[in-house]
Design a protein around this ligand. Structure first.
Ligand code: FMN
Length: 226
């Protein structure tokens, strides 16, 4: 009989940052022999990245601040199997969980998360506390058990990080803009953060295999959260 831990990952990623972190995390989980089903949420009307203009970016920020849901396609049947752990992964949008994750929680939360151990994974430029707090509150509403959390923020310094993300979302190239390029070299997470995500995956896998509590793992790390 197969006693390997089974993990369900529910994710959304608009600009590829959560996706990159998850590829690394899953490589770490795989290396410990865990079985992973990765379900990528698909919006019914796919969003374009970048948004294309400053006006569209501001509009999106306002919509997301109001926690507007983004309707998603039905999930695959594999999500309804039994899992030892669910990881819910996605970006912070205006201090909140992203629209597809909110739509997932509304529609599928009570069915899939009831009494399940859940680790939220957040990719953000740097402002994640309200997101995590709100997400944990929603998880408790579905009687899920949020245990621990994994947060990765972009390593660029402020105020360049905020300006860089804003221009990137609106379709400009902050890495090439005269006033920004000296301070802002790259949008998103650094390579060493992906290595850290892989390490986190190995630690989660090892802990699950040893049937130890995931609450004791410490994911506060200066590489993940510079
Ligand atoms: C509409 C919108 C709003 C955002 N608001 C925040 C925010 O409030 N705090 C933050 O730290 N990052 C914010 N970001 C940046 C994203 O969280 C960050 O770029 C993340 O790495 C993107 O992940 P993804 O590529 O998986 O979508 C926002 C991005 C978008 C598109």
């Amino acid at each position: 009989m197969d006693h390997s831990p089974h993990i369900l990952i529910i994710s959304y990623s608009l600009s590829g940052q959560t996706k990159n972190l998850l590829s690394a995390l899953i490589a770490g989980l795989d290396s410990t022999g865990c079985h992973v089903h990765h379900e990528r949420l698909q919006p019914v009307k796919p969003l374009r990245f970048p948004f294309g203009s400053v006006a569209k970016t501001v509009e999106m920020m306002l919509r997301t601040f109001m926690r507007q849901r983004l309707a998603i396609q039905p999930l695959t049947a594999q999500c309804d199997q039994e899992y030892d752990l669910v990881i819910i992964a996605g970006p912070t949008w205006s201090y909140q969980p992203s629209g597809p994750i909110l739509a997932f929680l509304d529609r599928d939360g009570s069915r899939l998360l009831h009494h399940k151990a859940v680790i939220p994974l957040i990719s953000c430029r740097g402002y994640w506390r309200m997101h995590l707090w709100g997400l944990k509150r929603l998880l408790k509403r579905y009687q899920a058990q949020p245990i621990n959390a994994i947060i990765f923020s972009h390593p660029a310094k402020e105020p360049w990080r905020t300006l860089g993300v804003f221009f990137k979302l609106s379709g400009r190239y902050p890495e090439k803009m005269p006033l920004l390029k000296r301070h802002y070299h790259r949008y998103g997470h650094a390579r060493k953060q992906l290595a850290k995500a892989e390490e986190f995956g190995r630690r989660i896998g090892a802990q699950l295999k040893a049937k130890q509590s995931l609450a004791h793992l410490d994911f506060h790390d200066p590489i993940a959260l510079p």
